[in-house]
Each structure stands twice: as C-alpha cells, then as structure tokens.
Design a protein around this ligand. Structure first.
Ligand SMILES: NC(=O)c1ccc[n+]([C@@H]2O[C@H](COP(=O)([O-])OP(=O)(O)OC[C@H]3O[C@@H](n4cnc5c(N)ncnc54)[C@H](OP(=O)(O)O)[C@@H]3O)[C@@H](O)[C@H]2O)c1
Length: 305
C-alpha cells in the first residue's frame, strides 16, 4: 500500500511510497483512509525527521476490520481518528479509543479537520472549567486550532476575543468572535481564559490581559519560542496560572475518541463550522505541506486519498 514518507529530494520534502500493510494489535481497528488534514506541528516534525519517517496525525475513513478484542466500531463504519504518527497512509491500524463514528452527513473531508486542531481547542478550553458567562481570548485565531477554539468558546457561553496576525485573515473568525483584534496585542479583557499559541511578544502581551484567577493556556509558539514577561504584575493580580498544554499528554487522560465524538456531533448538528481552505489530492502532499509552512492557509488544509 502507499504511504507518505519524508523524502528531502521530493517537493515539500514528502513523497508517496510503497510500505508494508499495517498489522493491527488486538485493540486496533484496520481503517482505509479517505482524507487527512495537515497540522503545522507535524509538518515541522517532518522537517526534523530523517528520510523514510512516516508523518501523520489526523485521518477519516472506513473501518475495514473491527478490532479483534471486540472494542470499537464494526467493519464498514465511517470513522474519524488520530495516530501519534503514520496516519498519512492508504490503510492504518488505529487504537479503538482514538476513533469516533461519524454521524451521517459529515463528510470525510470535514471530519479529517477535527482531530489535532479540534481536540486541542476543545481540551484546552476545558482546563478552566465552565466557560458560561466568562471571557475568553484566542490568539493565532485564524489558524487551524484558533478557528475551532473561537467557535467552541462561544458555544460554551463565553464572550470571545480573537487576535489574528494579519488584517486579511480577520474574516475567518469574525462570524464567531465578539471582538477581533489584529497584530501583536489584543484589546478588551480582562480575560478569564486565554488560549495562546503564538509565543514571543504575543504571549507577553496576552499575559497582561488575564483577569484575577485567570488562566493562560499556552500550547504553541508559531512565531517565537522565547518571551520576556513582567513577572510582578502577573502574580500581584492574584490567583493567575499558566497551563502548559500538550495534546498527547492530555489524551492519556481523555482519549481522542471522546472528544472526537463530541466534535463530530457538533458538526452534524450544524453548530460547528469547519473552515477548509482547500482539498488537494494525495499526490500533492508536498505542495500541501509547503503551503501550510509558508503561511498560505487560513483554517485547515485537507488531502484526499
Ligand atoms: N501543544 C499542543 O499539543 C499543540 C497542539 C496543536 C497545535 N499546537 C501548536 O499550536 C500552534 C497553532 O497550530 P495550528 O495547527 O492552528 O497552526 P496554523 O493553522 O498554522 O495557525 C497558526 C496561527 O498562528 C498565526 N501566526 C503565525 N505566525 C505569527 C506571528 N508571527 N504573529 C502572530 N500570529 C502568527 C497564524 O496567522 P497567519 O497565518 O496570519 O500568519 C495562524 O493564525 C502551532 O504552533 C502548533 O505547533 C500545539
């Protein structure tokens, strides 16, 4: 079968090649993949791994063989799921706790956008408890995670501010946010919860906007890994915290299947909107990775098998 591997000589450093068929463990289902979506983090990983390494987190497709331990969806079920690596392949073996069955009407392309971006948004927003009546700021709001986070915060009953990098991307979040800010610093506030993924000055500026007892959830450094912060104003406000969010750690407590079931249900009910920038064929996986890396994407980029 075909799978995507790192190949520095190929466009975008990625190529399709023939690999052995997957051999599912008893707790894994065999899935034929129909669509995948790309995340900035896995494109970055692909750049840092040697030729032959198989990237891939998000997928949607059809179960070809149910897990031998009897868990999970039956053969023929349409599913969405995620792996730690190797999901950009025609077929894969997926732990059943990482799978959710797709409701009718949710296409593979839309479902494939959910795993890493949607789960990061959902689980990160859950860190501060109920958001009903609270204020939330999302930075990097026009990105894959950001568009989901803005919508999910609003759905949870929060007042939402969204910070985007460039003015031309504000339209991506305008329908979902109460206020949209452009540049390195948001206005409004103070915010009870801040989802921060840009780093550098954006991180430092966002920290100043925390409310008393507020929580900044940091999960990315799209712009800059280091940040200089004013420490005293942070602690003098009282009760503030910074939570370091790493999805693969969170999944040990809340398996992907749980969150994906909720997200797929919201899609089916028309309560969650997916911003798909483009759907490319798998032969163009290298172009897709280049587009994401060069900031040519708003929302999610999908690749179909
Ligand atoms: N910790 C975890 O478990 C976890 C999980 C998922 C994602 N992440 C990280 O979270 C970040 C967002 O992921 P994603 O998939 O949503 O990425 P994405 O789709 O590429 O979105 C990145 C966002 O950051 C903005 N941005 C980039 N450079 C910027 C800059 N210099 N100043 C201000 N904004 C800037 C982008 O705006 P423009 O397009 O306008 O530049 C875009 O809105 C990534 O760094 C990713 O690695 C971490």
């Amino acid at each position: 079968m075909n799978a995507v591997v790192v190949n520095r000589a190929a466009p975008g450093g990625l190529a399709l090649t023939t690999v052995p068929e997957p051999e599912p463990l008893p707790s894994e289902a065999l899935v034929r993949v129909a669509a995948i979506s790309l995340n900035l983090g896995e494109v970055r990983r692909a750049k840092n791994n040697p030729d032959g390494w198989r990237p891939g987190w998000d997928f949607a497709g059809t179960v070809e063989a149910k897990a031998r331990d009897g868990s999970g969806p039956p053969a023929g079920a349409r599913v969405v799921g995620m792996l730690g690596e190797g999901a950009w392949a025609e077929r894969l073996a997926a732990p059943t706790q990482s799978l959710a069955t797709l409701p009718d009407g949710v296409t593979f392309e839309r479902a494939a956008t959910l795993p890493v971006a949607g789960l990061t948004a959902l689980y990160a927003l859950g860190k501060r408890g109920s958001l009903l009546g609270r204020s939330v700021l999302v930075t990097g709001a026009s990105g894959g995670v950001g568009v989901f986070a803005t919508q999910l915060a609003r759905l949870a009953g929060a007042r939402v501010g969204a910070l985007v990098h460039r003015a031309e991307k504000r339209a991506a979040v305008e329908p979902f946010a109460d206020e949209v800010f452009v540049g390195e610093s948001a206005g409004g506030g103070p915010y009870d919860v801040i989802l921060e993924s840009v780093g550098g000055g954006v991180f430092a500026n966002a920290l100043k906007l925390l409310a008393v007892d507020g929580m900044l959830v940091t999960y990315g450094t799209s712009a800059e890994r280091t940040s200089t912060i004013e420490v005293a104003p942070f602690y003098l406000k009282g009760g503030n915290s910074i939570y370091g969010f790493y999805l693969f750690h969170e999944l040990e407590r809340q398996p992907a299947g749980q969150g994906l079931t909720r997200l797929a249900g919201l899609l089916a009910a028309g309560k969650l909107d997916v911003r798909i920038d483009d759907v490319l064929p798998i032969a163009r996986i290298g172009d897709a990775a280049d587009r994401l890396w060069n900031r040519g994407v708003t929302g999610k980029l999908v690749v179909a098998f």
